[in-house]
Design a binder for this molecule. Sequence first.
Ligand code: MRU
Length: 347
Amino acid sequence: MKEIKTIEFKDDILYLIDQRKLPIAYEIFQCKDYRDVDFAIKDMVVRGAPAIGATAAYGVVLAAKEFLNEERETFFLKMDQALNILNKSRPTAVNLMWAIRRMRRLIEENKALPVEEIYQRLREEADRIYEEDIETNKAMAKYGNEVIPEGATILTHCNTGALATAGYGTALGVIREAHYSGKNIFVYADETRPRLQGGRLTAWELVQEGIPAKLIADNVAATLIRDGKIDVILVGADRIASNGDTANKIGTFMLSVIAKAYKVPFYIVAPTSTIDFDIESGEEIEIEERDATEVTHIEGVRIAPEGIEVYNPAFDVTPWENITGIITEKGIIKPPYKENIMKLKED
Ligand code: MRU
């Protein structure tokens, strides 16, 4: 397996693969302070729910480093402001808020310590978030591989690979596992308009790994499903409500409806850090709306007329009824989701 270092923290600089540039250029974006991290998340230098969480955690470390020489009171005040800014860098993926909550808790629990010590502990906590994510993905991949038949053709949407996480990936992690376990799988990757995470990023990862695959325009999926060409659909998640409703990249809901109509298994692959136990259903999930230029332009070139209005939600919500199972690091959750998701919280 080729190693893809999406996120790397070294000598108090956060290095990110610039996902706005792939696959045309492979460039590294450097974050020297938490404002750079806020920008990198907003502008999607880094994207994908678990990757955003780990990146934000390192943003907190950079903030702590910056404020080390402030008065104690000022240190805590400025840290609070930085945490609030990072927490709002994108609204839908709950892994971001989950990681910030972990970092905030650590500050509160260690408030009596010298700030240098708090900084050290924050650094260790960010490393833990990063490393745990890779382990979690590998555990999900093992569970997920159990539902992949020998010789399966798998359809996936958006990018859920090493680029969307600290490493290995969620849905694409299961695909990696199935491929390396010799199942002779074949993948169809949706290009995923408007930002083309499938066409630019998933296709790049598939080519790197030599996994047999074809890239399709999003509107091809229905035909493939109807024609019996897809055995299983695997997608990631940005936030899962406690009833199983799942927010993921725009277009996921549409796929789930077609999958249900043609009885094709439709799985979500996501770590438990993507579950928002505080919300009852998908109706409570804030859906990010992004800039009109994502739709009106491709690579900076205008493709739609001046003056046209645009509606550009980045995510949609798939109702739990359309989901065959949710593959997590703790096993595969099946309906009834409300009951089975809550059991995970008690763990
Ligand atoms: O807007 P993005 O590229 O951050 O959206 C990413 C997705 O929707 C992924 O499917 C999701 O984060 C799961 S990735 C492990």
